[in-house]
Design a binder for this molecule. Structure first.
Ligand SMILES: [Zn+2]
Length: 243
């Protein structure tokens, strides 16, 4: 299995490269121009957007249409006027709990606790999970009722993800949540079988490091929490992140 090469774009945006196949997730800004630099070397390119929020979907991704095999877009994006700018012949709209399989790529969607979907992408033996805005969104100072709703929504969806296996998971560890920053990621890692974690959706906050009790004993996995656009790591199957 080729190693995965992962470049942080911004927020929940990542460019993942597997040999000459590229995957772009939630690219709303790419200040370091990582995708443009790699584009000429790619033979296949798949582009994903988990939901319509501006910090996840930017119709400017249509600039990759010439190279892209497919755009996998969450159905809620369709409601945006700007979605009409997308190349319809290459766009695949996905609902929650939807799937697509073709040409050696398999995409499965799950529900989010915010809008849209999360993605499980299978390609060349790799299983890549990108949570989108699926998270336990517990806001300090919010009403008890709202936070109970957030907890219940998260737990309900976690039941569907229980035991999920993936080689890598991109998951929100949002600094704005304060003491609840890791509620979602911690439970997600405890209840799934993911082999490596990339923390995301925490722009402007210091680099996150898991507390000693973040992982259940025996379930410690490699973590990467990028801060600067253009940061890159390589992940080997069953190994850790290396520069
Ligand atoms: Zn978001």
């Amino acid at each position: 299995m080729d190693a995965l090469e992962i470049t942080y774009l911004l927020n929940s945006g990542f460019f993942v490269r597997l040999g000459d196949t590229g995957f772009i997730f939630d690219d709303y800004q790419d200040p370091a121009g990582a995708v443009d630099k790699a584009l000429p070397e790619l033979k296949e390119l798949y582009i994903f957007a988990s939901h319509a929020h501006f910090d996840h979907f930017n119709p400017a991704i249509r600039r990759y249409a010439g190279k892209a095999n497919a755009f996998f877009l969450s159905s809620d994006i369709r409601l945006l006027t700007s979605s009409k700018q997308m190349p319809m012949d290459k766009t695949i709209w996905l609902d929650t709990y939807d799937g697509y399989e073709d040409n050696g790529i398999c995409v499965t969607t799950f529900d989010s606790t915010d809008e849209g979907t999360s993605f499980l992408v299978e390609k060349n033996g790799w299983r890549i999970f990108h949570a989108g805005d699926f998270n336990w969104w517990h806001w300090e100072g919010d009403t008890e009722e709202n936070n109970a709703f957030a907890r219940n929504g998260f737990r309900k969806q976690m039941k569907r993800l229980e035991g999920l296996t993936a080689d890598i998971a991109f998951f929100p560890v949002d600094g704005r949540l304060g003491t609840a920053q890791t509620y979602g990621a911690k439970e997600f890692c405890a209840r799934t079988d993911v082999k490596a974690l990339v923390a995301m959706h925490s722009v402007g906050y210091p680099r996150w490091e898991p507390a000693p009790d973040f992982f259940l004993p025996g379930k410690e996995i490699p973590v990467w929490a990028p801060v600067d656009s253009g940061e890159r790591r390589t992940l080997t199957a069953g190994g850790g992140f290396s520069k």
